[in-house]
Design a protein around this ligand. Sequence first.
Ligand code: GLC
Length: 591
Amino acid sequence: MKISPVARLLFQSCVVAGLMLGGTAATFAQTKGSASHSSDPWWKHAVIYEIYPRSFQDSNGDGTGDLNGITQRLGYLHELGVDTIWIAPMFPSPQVDFGYDISDYEAVDPQYGTMADMDKLIAEAKKHDIRVMLDMVLNHSSDKHKWFEESKSSKTNPKRDWYVWKDGVGPNKMDPPNNWQSIFGHSAWKYDETTKQFYYHKFYAEQPDLNWRNPEVEKAIFSMLRFWLDKGVAGFRLDAIPTLFEAEDMKDEVVMKDANGQSSKNAFGDVVLDDAQTSGRPEVQDVLRRMRKLVDSYPGNRVLVGETYVANIGDLDKLYGGDKHDVLHMPMDFKVGMLNHLDAAGFRKNVTEAETMLGTNHPLFVFDNHDNARMDRYCKAEATDTGKDATPEECVAIQKMLSTLLFTSKATALMYYGDEIGMATTPPARKEDVKDPIGILGWPKEKGRDGDRTPMQWTAGKDAGFSTADSTWLPIPPSYTTVNVESEKGKADSLLTWYTELTALRKKNAAVHGGAMTMLDTTNPKVLSYTRKGADGKGIVVALNFSNEPQTIKLDVGKVSTLMTDSAELKNVSTGMITLPAYGSWVGEDR
Ligand code: GLC
C-alpha cells in the first residue's frame, strides 16, 4: 500500500526543487470545553477531525453522506474528544474531483444539503464545543464555475485573465505551450476550441488554475473568505496552496535524472519532471500574508491551515513566516506521519525537528487523509520491521502506538474519520469499480483514492449504519462487521476507547498540553521514548515499541505510575525499567 500520487508528487517535487516559499464578524468565542492550561490560541491544542462529507453519514438515504448526517453525529464527535471538524469541500461541484472542483464558492452542493443546513451545522457544532473549518480550493475552480465559463467565452471577456491562457506552439499552434504536467497525469494544458488557446490546469482539465497575478481574483476570493468567516467558521484548510502561482517566464520544467543520468516515468507513463516552475513560487507567500491579515482581523483566533508537502523543516518554517509568524498559522507537517515505516529512529528524528526547529511556530502532524492510504498502511509488509504483514491484533497495537505519538506530542492533532476505529484502506478490486479518475487513468499501478474514502463504519447492520440506501456511493468495506463504532464503544481494549482516552489525556494533563519534550534512550533503534514536562518538573513519560518483539528498556526517570497502556503487565509500573510487548505502548506519569 503506497502513498497516493498527489502526496507523492507534491512531496517529490518539493524534495527536488527545494521549496521557495520561502469586522463584520459573527463572534466566535472560545468554546467552553477547551483546555484552559494556557493563554494559547485554541488551535494549538485542538483535536482536528477531517470529515469527507460524502462518506461520513447519509441522513436522507441516497447513498451519499451529507451535512445533516454530520450534524447527527456531533454528539459522537464530542464524546470522542474532537473539538474541530475540517469538512472536505461541500460546495456545489460537478464532482469530477469529488468537490475539489468548485463551481460556486458561496453555496452548498444540493447533494449535501442547503445553506440552512450548513448554518445549522455550525450552530449545533458550537453547542457541542466543536468548531467548523472549511476546505478552500483556491488554486483552481471547476471549469463549470461561471468565472471560467465567462473567461473561455472570448479573448476579450473581462474575466479572460482570471485564468492562465496561452497560445500553443508548433504547426498551427496546436501543441501545448510548454512541457508542464498535471499532477493527475499528462499535459497540464488543454486546448480550447472557442478561442484557440490553451488553459493551464495543475490538476484535472476540469480544474482550470485561477490566475493569482490578477488582483481581481484575489479580491473575489478574499470577499468569499469573508462570507464564510462572517458565518462563524473557525478557519480554512487551504488546498494545494503552494501551487497558486506559476513562473512568469513559463519555461519548461527540468526533466529529473537519477544518479546515473537516467530519467524515469510515473504511474501515468509521463517522464518525471521537477516542478519548480509551478509550485512553491515566492509570490505564494505574499498572498498568504495578506490572507493571514484578513483572517486575523476576525475575533476568536480564526486559523489558516495549509496543505503543504515540503522537503524539510526549514521550508516548513518559511510557510509560517519564520520568526514573523505572518504567513500560515499551521502549514501541515507530512514528514512525521508519512514516514511510512515503523522506524523508531526516523520518528525520533522527525519529531525532534518539529519540536525544536520551528521556533515558537506550532506543528501540525498529518498521518492520513482523503488522499493517502489509512493508518493500516503501517501494518503492511513494506512498513513493518519484519517485512511481513502484521496480524490484525498487531495492527491494532500499531495504530495505538502511532496515535499515542500523535496525541502526546505538542503538535496539533489531526485525525481522519475512521482512524479511531481502525478502518482499513480498501481499494477497488476492479478497474470498472473505480470512481476516482486518477485510478482509471493510472490502473493498475495507481488505483486512485477510493480506498481511503469508503463510508464510515458505524454498526454491523445495513450499510454499516452509514446509510439506508440499497447501494452507497462507494461500497462498504467487508471489515464493517467487526470494525465499527458500535462494537468498539465502551470496550476496554478497543482502538476507539484508546483514542477517547488519548484525547481526554491531552485535554486534562498540563504536561501533554504544554510540556517540553525530551527524548530518552536516544540510540534505541526499536523503542521511541520521551518525556513531556511542565515548568514544575512534573509530566508524562511515553514509551513505544516499534518492533514485533518484546523490548526491555531502562528509562532515566524517577518514580512513575501508569496512565495508559495496552499491556496488562504494565498496568502497575513504578520505575523506568519496563518490558514493552511487541508494538506495545505505555504512557506513565512522572512524579
Ligand atoms: C489536494 C486535495 C486533493 C485534490 C487536489 C486538487 O491535494 O487534497 O484531494 O484532488 O488537491 O484539488
